[in-house]
Design a protein around this ligand. Structure first.
Ligand code: BG6
Length: 486
C-alpha cells in the first residue's frame, strides 16, 4: 500500500506495558515511522493498569526495549509516546477518553484511532464493553479495534466474543490478528498458487497424493505457563496458525485479491472439512530430552506448570476436505514445542507416474515429486524431482530445484510491521473474519470436548511415535527439514 494512504492517527495499545508491546508492537511502529511509512503525524498511547507510571518512565521503558538507539529514537519516544494507567472501572475509561482527546488536540489529529488489545484473551470481552461504555468505539474519524489470537477458547466463547465485539463495533472495524498471515512467505502462498498457472493446474486430487503442514518449534513453554497450560497446542497453534496455512493451501481461487473475496473462500474451505475422527488425532506432551545437544526438562517440570498437567504441547491431525478438488487427499498437520528443530514447512506430495518406466532396470525406484514450501526459518521453496545420475549403472536421484527468499531479496519484513501498516491502511485482507474464527472452532471444539490420551515424547524429537503411525498407515511419511538454500 502506498504510504500516502496512512491517515494521521492515534495508536492506542491496551496492555501497553506488556511483552507483546515491547517485543513486537513498538519496534514495528518505530520501524514504520523510520521508513517514512506513517506520514509523520501520529502518536501512541500505552494503556496499562499501572497508575503510577508517567509518560517519562513509559518512554524510558519503551526506549530500553527498542533495538536501535541514538538521538532519533529518543526524540521518537519523547515526541510521540504517552501513557495512562487505567484501573478498569467506568471512571478510568472516561479518563482514558479524555486523555485520548487531549493527545489528539495536542497533535492536531482528526480522531482516527487504532485501539490494539494486547491483552490476555480472558480480558477481551470486559475491555471491549468498557471501551464501548466510554464511547470509544466511535470517533470523528475512523476507529479500528485490533484483537490478538486466540479468539475465544472454543466455539461458544468465540461466538460470545464476536457478539460482544459486534455490540459496539462493525465487522469492518475489527482486525483479528493472526501474525502468521503477516509473514511474507505465508502471503506468498496465494501468489505462488494463483500467479503461476503451472502449479494451479496440478493443485487437485488428480495430481496431489497428500499435503502435510508442520509447524515445529524447538523452544519450550518458556515463561508463558500461566497462559499456555490453560490453552495447549490445539488452541494456541492449530485453531489459528496451522488452519490459516491449511486454508491458503486448500482454498479455491478468490474472485479478487481483497478482504471479502479471500476471507469468503477461506470460510468455504473450513466448512468443507469433515469432522475429525478420534483415530485421526494424536496429542503429545514433551518429556525431558536434548535440544541442540543441551539437556532440557520435560513440560511438567517447567516453571509454573502443574506436575500432573495433561495439557498437550503437540498435536497431529489427519483432515479430509470434502470438495471436488480435494476429496480423497489426506491433509496432515502437526505442531509441537520442543521438537527437533524449528521448522514451518508445507509439503505437497504429487502422485507417482502411473507406470514406472525404469523398473525393468532394477534398483531404480522413483520417488514422488514433492513441493516443499518453507515458511521459516530457511524461507523459500524446493521442488524435488528425480534426475538420472551421470554414468553407469543407470540410477535415479531425487534433487531439489530451489528458491531462497534471502538470496533473492535480502531481509524479510517482520509480520507485525506488515499487519500494523494494513490496519492503518484499512486493509482487512490479512485479518481473520468473525465467520472464519467460528468455522475453525466448529471444527476443533469437538476434539477439545472428548477426552483423549496425551502421549509423551522426548524433547528434541519429532513428537510421539503415534503421530508417525497416523501418516504411515496411509503409506506416506512426514518430511523433516528440506533445505532451500544450497
Ligand atoms: C504464538 C504462540 O501465536 O506463535 C506461541 O502463542 C508460538 O506459542 C508462536 O511460539 C510461534 O510464532 P512464530 O512466528 O515464532 O512461528
Amino acid at each position: 500500500m502506498p504510504s500516502d494512504r496512512v491517515d494521521p492517527h492515534l495508536f492506542v495499545i491496551v496492555g501497553g506495558t506488556g511483552d507483546l508491546t515491547r517485543r513486537k508492537l513498538l519496534p514495528a511502529l518505530h520501524r514504520l515511522g523510520a521508513q517514512g511509512l506513517l506520514d509523520g503525524n501520529y502518536a501512541i498511547l500505552g494503556v496499562s493498569r499501572d497508575t503510577e507510571l508517567d509518560d517519562d518512565r513509559f518512554r524510558e521503558w519503551a526506549r530500553d526495549g527498542l533495538e536501535t538507539g541514538g538521538a532519533h529514537l529518543r526524540s521518537w519516544c519523547d515526541d510521540r509516546l504517552y501513557h495512562i494507567g487505567v484501573r478498569g472501572d467506568e471512571a478510568s475509561y472516561r479518563a482514558l477518553a479524555a486523555r485520548i482527546a487531549e493527545i489528539e488536540q495536542r497533535h492536531e489529529l482528526p480522531g482516527n484511532r487504532v485501539i490494539y488489545l494486547a491483552l490476555p484473551p480472558a480480558a477481551f470481552p470486559g475491555t471491549i464493553t468498557a471501551l464501548g461504555g466510554a464511547k470509544l468505539n466511535r470517533s470523528d474519524g475512523w476507529t479500528r479495534l485490533v484483537i490478538e489470537k486466540p479468539f475465544g477458547r472454543d466455539l461458544a466463547s468465540a461466538q460470545k466474543l464476536n457478539a460482544v465485539a459486534h455490540q459496539y463495533f462493525d465487522e469492518r472495524q475489527l482486525y483479528r490478528i493472526d501474525h502468521y498471515l503477516g509473514k511474507e512467505t505465508v502471503q506468498n502462498l496465494l501468489v505462488f498458487r494463483f500467479a503461476n498457472a503451472m502449479f494451479e493446474s496440478l493443485w487437485n486430487r488428480d495430481r496431489v497424493a497428500n499435503v502435510q503442514i508442520s509447524v515445529a518449534e524447538n523452544l519450550g513453554v518458556e515463561d508463558r505457563a500461566g497462559y499456555y497450560d490453560r490453552v495447549g497446542a490445539l488452541r494456541d497453534m492449530v485453531q489459528n496458525h496451522l488452519t490459516q496455512l491449511l486454508s491458503l493451501i486448500g482454498m479455491e481461487v478468490p474472485v479478487s485479491y481483497d478482504a471479502e473475496a479471500v476471507r469468503y473462500e477461506k470460510v468455504k474451505l473450513l466448512r468443507s472439512i469433515a469432522p475429525v475422527e478420534p483415530h485421526d488425532v494424536v496429542f503429545g506432551q514433551y518429556t525431558e530430552g536434548n535440544i541442540n545437544g543441551a539437556p532440557v526438562v520435560g513440560y511438567r517440570h517447567e516453571p509454573d506448570v502443574p506436575n500432573d498437567t495433561n495439557t498437550e504441547t503437540f498435536v497431529a491431525l489427519r483432515l479430509q476436505i470434502d470438495t471436488w478438488r480435494w476429496q480423497g487427499v489426506p491433509f496432515y498437520i502437526r505442531t509441537g514445542k520442543r521438537m527437533e528443530s524449528r521448522l514451518t514447512q508445507i509439503a505437497v506430495t504429487f502422485r507417482q507416474p502411473p507406470v514406472c518406466l525404469f523398473d525393468s532396470l532394477g534398483g531404480c525406484p522413483m520417488n514422488p515429486n514433492v513441493l516443499i514450501l518453507t515458511i521459516q526459518p530457511d524461507e523459500g521453496f524446493a521442488l524435488c524431482i528425480d534426475v538420472k545420475t551421470p554414468g553407469e549403472p543407470f540410477a535415479l536421484q531425487t534433487l531439489p530445484l530451489r528458491f531462497q527468499y534471502r538470496e533473492a531479496f535480502g531481509d524479510i519484513p517482520d509480520a507485525y510491521q506488515t499487519l500494523l501498516l494494513d490496519v492503518l491502511n484499512g486493509d482487512q485482507t490479512l485479518f481473520v473474519h468473525a465467520d472464519e474464527a467460528e468455522a475453525a472452532w466448529r471444527l476443533y471444539t469437538p476434539l477439545l470436548e472428548r477426552s483423549a490420551d496425551v502421549h509423551p515424547y522426548a524433547a528434541g524429537t519429532w513428537g510421539p511415535t503415534l503421530a508417525d503411525d497416523l501418516i504411515t498407515r496411509d503409506g506416506y511419511r512426514w518430511y523433516g527439514p528440506i533445505r532451500v538454500s544450497a
